[in-house]
Ligand binder design. Structure first.
Ligand SMILES: Nc1ncnc2[nH]cnc12
Ligand SMILES: [Zn+2]
Length: 345
């Protein structure tokens, strides 16, 4: 049974601000690409692969995530991956998406930057034209690799920077503090790129401070552990920095041990600009609407808070002002319709 509040969540237009394209590689597509490219996977079939998706922490997930990418070889593979994700956006009423890709993970496998970029970008343009989904593209640096590798990657990306909106920082957080990437982030900001970083997913509040003060990020990916530091939490709220929170990811990576203990409502209560995102939907049990369902089923969230989360997603996006205003108008219209429908009940 779908509750009225879940229906509201489904009907609201939403932006997704934290989604790794490689993390949207569903087992069915992984096997199809493996067959197309003559890649042997160490699993019998999709069911056996899904069985392996049990993670005690971020690193256990990342090991499978990087292994899964071995099937992505051609421009068409990157196109198909991106297009499949956009079809999920359409179903979920995600009308704007800001997606990460991990070029270093493919360049390491001898897949040229150009091949990755062209496939992804062509699909995103088709998504805009055929499905009406606007987008931003974020190049994410892998923090377990060196600063030098990040600079080499930026060099490869230079011819494409007109079509890349921002940079991010992902992969193994513990032991790889944001300060390691201050110079590359400064260079990216000088080039006019937006900047975001994963911080406080597994790493301590200190890493969130570093990401804000050192990397001067425009928003924070995850940020859960910021709550352990009251001064930090207050500063994030005061600055109005957006947090891209990923409930199902947090549960599946044991950042929270019970969805009923997820801090999303506490974050909202502290005035944080929280958004709901899927992170790696193929690995964590679902897309944006599945994440809304998880919080609606497990937390005492109100309809107004669901509306607030949808608003936050556009407010925290990198859309230009006009597009943002239009999107927010559409969110408000759905909310007003919901209120008038429920007023008499
Ligand atoms: N949740 C996550 N944290 C860090 N790096 C990632 N890369 C893909 N998903 C990630
Ligand atoms: Zn992520």
């Amino acid at each position: 049974m779908t509750s009225p509040i879940q229906t509201l969540a489904e009907q609201l237009p939403k932006a997704e601000l934290h989604m790794h394209l490689e993390g949207s590689l569903e087992p069915e597509l992984m096997f199809a690409l493996a067959r197309r490219n003559n890649v042997t996977l160490p699993y019998q079939d999709e069911a056996e692969l899904r069985q392996a998706y049990q993670f005690a922490n971020l690193q256990e997930f990342l090991d499978l995530y990087y292994a899964g990418m071995s099937v992505l070889l051609t421009e068409q593979d990157f196109y198909d991956l991106t297009w499949a994700y956009l079809e999920h956006c359409k179903r979920d009423n995600v009308t704007h998406t800001e997606v990460f890709f991990d070029p270093q993970a493919h360049v390491e496998r001898n897949i040229p930057f150009e091949v990755q970029f062209n496939g992804i970008y062509r699909a995103l343009c088709d998504g805009q034209n055929k499905l009406g989904i606007s987008f931003r593209l974020i190049l994410s640096f892998l923090r377990h690799l060196s600063e030098e590798s990040a600079f080499e990657t930026l060099e490869l990306a230079l011819p494409y920077l007109e079509r890349i909106d921002g940079v991010g920082l992902d992969s193994s957080e513990k032991g790889h503090p944001p300060e390691k990437f201050e110079r590359i982030f400064r260079r990216c900001r000088e080039l006019g790129l937006r900047v975001t970083a994963h911080a406080g997913e597994e790493g301590p509040p200190e890493y969130v401070w570093q990401a804000i003060d050192g990397l001067q990020i425009d928003r924070i990916d995850h940020g859960n552990r910021a709550l352990e530091d009251a001064d930090l939490t207050a500063m994030i709220a005061e600055r109005g920095l957006t947090l891209t929170v990923c409930p199902l990811s947090n549960y599946r990576l044991c950042v929270v041990d019970d969805m009923k203990k997820h801090p999303l409502l506490r974050m909202l209560d502290k005035g944080l600009h929280v958004t709901v995102n899927s992170d790696d939907p193929a690995y964590f049990g679902g897309y944006v609407n599945d994440n809304f369902r998880a919080i609606i089923d497990n937390l005492p969230i109100t309809a107004e808070q669901v509306y607030r989360l949808a608003r936050n997603s556009f407010e925290g996006s990198w859309l230009d002002d006009d597009a943002k205003r239009n999107a927010l108008g559409e969110v408000d219209a759905v909310w007003q319709r919901f209120q008038s429908q429920t007023a008499g009940t």
